[in-house]
Design a protein around this ligand. Structure first.
Ligand code: ARG
Length: 467
């Protein structure tokens, strides 16, 4: 085999033979890492300018390189760039094309640089963009949830624990719970961005370089806060990808939980919500079906994102310092998580924006399962001065009686309640309705409509107006 072409033309000085075709297939990452091309060009532009400023390249050489990189950008943009698997990865594909275009200056670009610091830089730039997009998608999702929470501030529905009817809550309150979750997700992404924002370029292969480079120059040009501190760490660190994947995994779990509620609530048995036809499908055999596929897919795709985090953790766990080729396996899980999360966030927004809530159905369900039993116990404490544990026992016996009679708590005759606790008066019935129950839950963070309206306004200020 000739050694005059392919990646070995760029690194093969000490080799007699080219890699086997099998090795080329195993080694090549171009099919997926071409996705980094914009970031690779940005890194190369910054590197070339820095080399020129440091007197390592002449101004003419730098100008030729920059012009060549622009040409390449145009070629990739227009789809005419021929990515070649024999050139392994995006870095060598671009470098080879640059040399084809501009000649010798192209062969000088790799001075004081290695693919190890190059790929770390490219990948950080990619992940940083992905973090910004995640925030830009989470924010409108919060906004639509807040909008709908405000409208549904007084919509009564059953609240569950153990998925058993627990106490009545308001739908607005329920929706705002997700606003909190997505708010924490945004914080996690912001935190990841802050920690990521150091530039590895200039670490070279692993040890730094003897050329008089200016790492602050490249760091600033690429929008990083500062250069990384340790060259070994610079080329072996993928924490930034793990940080992204961790934040993405948690956000995906939140999406999955929201999706699960929509799946549940849209069953005829619950009947709380109708998912818009735009996000549902029919069955090829059962004419009546209207399946919440979008929600199911959100729930299902969460598994991918969790797997993506796991895949990278496992790939990294045994690696000695510094760079190892295993690390080429870092990109596909991140790309997959990015695509999955972004699609999921958009779909969740669409589903929430178009969902139709059935207020009467929710209100009817809110009282099923003796959900105001706690209100009864609380009344016995507040009005009759019973110890809570005693009141709990009385209310429990009232539930048993209602269950026996097949009626609701509020339908029990007064005498029956008095048989359980002589002090009970007609007034007790005021707290047994679901509306009264939610209205009474006025503690900070509670489900009372008045609190929910305040909470929605506060969430708007915290999440949508700040920053
Ligand atoms: N394609 C490689 C990767 O993604 C680039 C770095 C290669 N470095 C090396 N020493 N072969 O990890």
């Amino acid at each position: 085999m000739s050694k005059a072409s392919g990646a070995s033309a760029l690194w093969g000085g000490r080799f007699d033979r080219r890699p086997s075709p099998l090795m080329e297939r195993l080694n090549a990452s171009i099919d997926f890492d071409k996705r980094l091309w914009r970031h690779d060009l940005a890194g190369s532009r910054a590197h070339a300018r820095m080399l020129a400023a440091a007197g390592i390249l002449t101004a003419d050489e730098c100008a030729a390189i920059l012009a060549g990189l622009d040409t390449i950008a145009g070629e990739i943009e227009s789809g005419t760039f021929a990515f070649d698997p024999a050139l392994e990865d995006v870095h060598l594909n671009i470098e080879q094309r640059l040399t084809d275009l501009v000649g010798e200056p192209g062969r000088r670009l790799h001075t004081a640089r290695s693919r190890n610091d190059q790929v770390a830089t490219d990948f950080k730039l990619f992940v940083r963009d992905a973090i910004d997009r995640a925030d830009a998608l989470l924010r409108p999702l919060q906004a639509i949830l807040i909008d709908r929470a405000e409208t549904e501030a007084a919509t009564v529905m059953p609240g569950f624990t153990h998925l058993q009817a627990a106490q009545p809550v308001t739908l607005g309150h329920h929706l705002l719970a997700y606003v909190e979750m997505f708010g924490r997700d945004r914080e996690r992404f912001a935190d990841a961005r802050r920690r990521l924002n150091e530039c590895p370029l200039g670490a070279a292969a692993l040890a730094g370089t003897g050329f008089a480079i200016d790492r602050h120059h490249t760091a600033a040009a690429l929008g990083f806060e500062r250069p990384t501190a340790n060259s070994l760490d610079s080329v072996s660190d993928r924490d930034f990808a793990l940080d992204y994947l961790s934040a993405a995994a948690i956000a995906a779990v939140h999406l999955s939980r929201l999706a699960e509620e929509l799946v549940l609530w849209s069953t005829p048995q619950f009947g709380f919500v109708t998912i818009d036809e735009a996000y549902a499908t029919g069955s090829s055999i059962m004419p009546q079906k209207r399946n919440p596929d979008a929600a199911e897919l959100l729930r299902g795709k969460t598994g991918r994102v969790l797997g993506d985090l796991q895949a990278l953790l496992v790939a990294l766990k045994g690696l000695p310092l510094a760079y190892s080729k295993d690390m080429q396996e870092d990109k596909e899980p991140v790309f997959d998580a990015v695509d999955t999360l972004e699609l999921g966030l958009e779909a969740a927004h669409g589903m929430i924006a178009t969902a139709r809530f059935d207020r009467p159905a929710m209100a009817r369900a809110a009282g099923v399962g003796f959900t105001t039993a706690t209100d009864l116990a609380d009344w016995l404490v507040r009005v009759l001065g019973l110890p809570f544990r005693t009141a709990h026992g009385v209310a429990g016996r009232a539930v048993k009686e209602a269950e026996h009679r097949g009626c609701g708590l509020e339908e029990l005759p007064l005498e029956v309640l008095q048989g359980l606790e002589p002090g009970v008066t007609q007034e007790v019935f005021e707290v047994l309705g679901v509306e009264r129950s939610v209205a009474s839950r006025t503690s900070l963070g509670g489900t009372a409509p008045a609190r929910v309206r305040e909470a929605a306004a506060a969430a708007r200020a915290r999440f949508l107006e700040a920053g």
